[in-house]
Ligand binder design. Structure first.
Ligand SMILES: Nc1ncnc2c1ncn2[C@@H]1O[C@H](COP(=O)(O)OP(=O)(O)OP(=O)(O)O)[C@@H](O)[C@H]1O
Length: 374
């Protein structure tokens, strides 16, 4: 057992048995990008009062992977996926960036931010489908669930016959664990978990390559959460789509994600393979998050949480926005914003990016007594 530069215990083989076991059963993606978000910035409102919800965020989703996006409430997780899919509610405004969608078969990527409304509509559901936060409440209460699924299919595939659409709706219900005999049920006749499964069935109706799920299980009890999450993972392995899974519960992501990106105050502060990120979190904020949620399996960790609260996005602190809460803050942290780069202080680590001065410049490491206190 060794202790890394941030004081995290790692075993000699560099493995965390619990998380590694969970990730071993997952299917690895091809590694080819399917969605590339580049330098995306989003503000809500204008002028000095604007909320700087995203600042130059870059993130790549690869074919066939589950990419987890975690961070405290208000850090910009939803804004990132709604911005990337052009579904931002007003007064959200994209001020810069591009979002490249790589079509199946390796054609030229298209920039979603520059597509016409018609092109966007064609791609929605077919290329990228989203299950929104609280989606189960967006089913129409006066229509049977079967009709709501077949309407979604008809809107994109008008040439299909009614019989084909009905058969597909039954198949989709079965796929998400609902008895196809319930096709004539109204939403109020189903439990919350079943309604959420219907929404997932609708999202999968046109076999999208990318499925975005924004806190898909938050409103459900833990048993139902677990069942639905397992189902999504199983469907992903069977159908091969890529998933962006948003949650504030990083422990859940360790179980289901191939890679995890951690957001803080409108930016990504760390990303890497799920098991490695769990075993050896590099950014102090990632460590704080990990100590805020009990692990679902494996040895217990001490739950300490993160002192303080996230910054006001209208008046961000100078330098690294986490420095006022960071137990390792140094003078440089309040002066300059660290870039999201391969951690050089410990030597390059495959597929890991960190935005922290501790990892960027070994010479910047100072004894604790000289560290800047909040
Ligand atoms: N319509 C809006 N008008 C003004 N500010 C907004 C609006 N929507 C979001 N914001 C702000 O943008 C920031 C990012 O919000 P966002 O919902 O993307 O965060 P999140 O990480 O998804 O949070 P949660 O986990 O609570 O959903 C927050 O500070 C929020 O207050």
């Amino acid at each position: 057992m060794t202790i890394d530069t941030h004081g995290t215990a790692v075993d000699a083989a560099g493995s965390a048995p619990d998380a590694a076991a969970a990730s071993a059963v997952r299917t690895a993606g091809s590694g080819r990008p399917v969605l590339e978000i580049k330098n995306l910035s989003v503000d809500y409102g204008y002028g000095d009062d604007r909320v700087r919800a995203l600042r130059n965020v870059s993130l790549t989703l690869r074919e066939g992977e589950v990419l987890g996006l975690a961070g405290e409430s208000g850090c910009g997780k939803s804004t990132l996926v709604y911005g990337a899919t052009r579904l931002l509610p007003p007064p959200g405004l994209i001020s810069s960036g591009e979002v490249l969608y790589h079509p199946e078969g390796g054609g030229e990527p298209v920039d979603i931010l520059r597509q016409s409304e018609r092109e966007l509509r064609a791609g929605r559901w077919q290329d990228t489908a989203i299950v929104f936060q609280g989606a189960m409440n967006s089913l129409n209460p006066v229509h049977r669930i079967g009709r709501q699924i077949t309407d979604a299919i008809a809107a994109h595939r008008p040439r299909t016959s009614k019989a084909e659409r009905d058969a597909r709706a039954r198949e989709l219900l079965e796929m998400v664990g609902i008895d196809p005999g319930r096709i004539s049920a109204f939403p109020h006749q189903l439990s919350g978990g079943m309604r959420q499964r219907v929404m997932i069935a609708m999202a999968l109706a046109l076999e999208p390559r990318v499925l975005i799920m924004d806190e898909p299980t938050t409103a459900l009890d833990v048993v139902m959460q677990r069942q639905i999450v397992e189902q999504i993972v199983e469907l992903r392995e069977r159908l091969g789509f890529s998933v962006i899974f948003i949650t504030h519960d990083v422990s859940l992501l360790i179980e289901i994600a191939d890679r995890i990106a951690i957001m803080y105050a409108g930016d990504i502060v760390e990303q890497g393979p799920a098991a490695r990120l769990y075993r050896q979190p590099r950014h102090p904020y990632t460590k704080g998050l990990l100590s805020s949620f009990p692990p679902l399996r494996g040895p217990r960790r001490e739950m300490t949480g993160i002192p303080g609260s996230p910054p006001d996005l209208v008046n961000l602190p100078t330098g690294c926005p986490y420095h006022p809460r960071c137990p390792h803050a140094m003078p440089v942290c309040s002066e300059r914003l660290p870039s999201l780069i391969e951690p050089t202080a410990i030597g390059p680590e495959p597929d890991r990016l960190v935005a922290c001065w501790l990892d960027e410049d070994p010479a910047a490491t100072v004894p604790p007594e000289l560290a800047l206190r909040p």
